[in-house]
Design a protein around this ligand. Structure first.
Ligand SMILES: C[C@H](O)[C@H](O)[C@H]1CNC2=NC(N)=NC(=O)C2=N1
Length: 95
């Protein structure tokens, strides 16, 4: 999987406006209704991540989820990060 250059990252970020670039990562926060709802979201994300074999860093703080995506094997941002970001957005929207 090839690293995306800055213009490609900007293009792809436009499709996932909840996400922000921070160096070699993209980040977003999801606020769930309560703690069990937050864990259910994490569970749904885990299923999608496993399908892609691409896994976010997830910081769970009560009902707030802090998600970080980067392609560790490539040392930066690749298409996989944006594919998973879009799936996470669908999960968050449906929660
Ligand atoms: C061996 C396994 O396929 C790799 O370690 C996968 C697993 N999940 C991953 N997740 C992320 N975010 N980046 C990776 O480079 C990555 N690599």
């Amino acid at each position: 999987m090839n690293l995306l250059d800055d213009s490609a990252v900007r293009d792809r970020l436009a499709a996932v406006p909840e996400w922000r670039r921070e160096g070699d990562e993209i980040r977003r926060t999801i606020t769930a209704a309560d703690f069990p709802a937050a864990i259910r979201i994490v569970d749904e994300i885990a299923v999608e991540a496993e399908k892609l074999n691409h896994h976010p860093d997830i910081d769970i703080r009560w009902r707030t989820l802090h998600l970080v995506l980067s392609t560790h094997d490539a040392g930066g941002l690749t298409e996989l990060d944006f594919t998973l970001a879009a799936r996470i957005d669908e999960i968050a929207a449906g929660a």
